[in-house]
Design a protein. Sequence first.
Length: 297
Amino acid sequence: MCFRSLSALVLVLAACSHVSQAVLPIVMWHGMGDSCCNPLSMGSIKKAFESALPGVYVRSLEIGDSVVKDTENGFLMNANDQITQVCAKLKQDPKLADGFNAIGFSQGGQFLRAVAQRCPEPQMHNLVSVGGQHQGVYGFPRCPGANSTLCEIMRKLLDVGAYVSFVQDHLVQAEYWQDPFHYDEYVEKNVFLADINNEKTYNAAYKTNLQKLSNLVLVRFMRDTMVQPSISEWFGFYKPNSDKETVSMKDTRVYQKDLLGLQEMEAAGKIHFLASDSDHLQMNQTFFEEQIMPWFK
């Protein structure tokens, strides 16, 4: 998560000074290297949402019992365990009983999609994925956040082997690592992404629950130097057996085999593709105000 870019959005949100009707609660999930309440990022965004949308309830998800653990867990806590923890938190929150809108930053985007698929109560209505990697990644050219030690651990574990069971169980980023040259191994050994994309053991509930979304908003950063390939943010990926040529969502296995109901959602006008001509999470004021904010009003 890029703290500088998120803190800049505070001014954007504060400019949206009123709403004409009640708005749904908002659930936010931060990205790698960030935490729920960092005053320079998610903490400021939460306060700005509350200021821009009077009366709105905003829950910025904390994974663990402290900000420090929250940051560490973004690297080292099994994604499935994180999803289970979040599902319990949301179900136990009475302020979310009538449903909510959600926004996920970077890996928080695919994590919130997993919540929608696995835990349909309370109901998630709109999901805005800001740079989420829905078909995974194949490479990490740079690592965000202030903790260089955790970044180094991540790189070393990926070097050992992304599909080694120990790495899969203990490194979040390996859990959405998809090797386009070894698809069968990915399906067999990946413990998170292959499951939520219904490529491992087909789960009809995943498809049914995802289709309950009113809108799935996918934000891609066209100059992204962190996510490889950036088209994963639009549900695309590398062409099989290539790490250079990419394919759009419509040409992926997940879409063509209709594993998640993306065909039906697209036909119903529920999937929206937004493009920011910037690096990862580096949105400008106009983009955020005009393209993202309306989904929460």
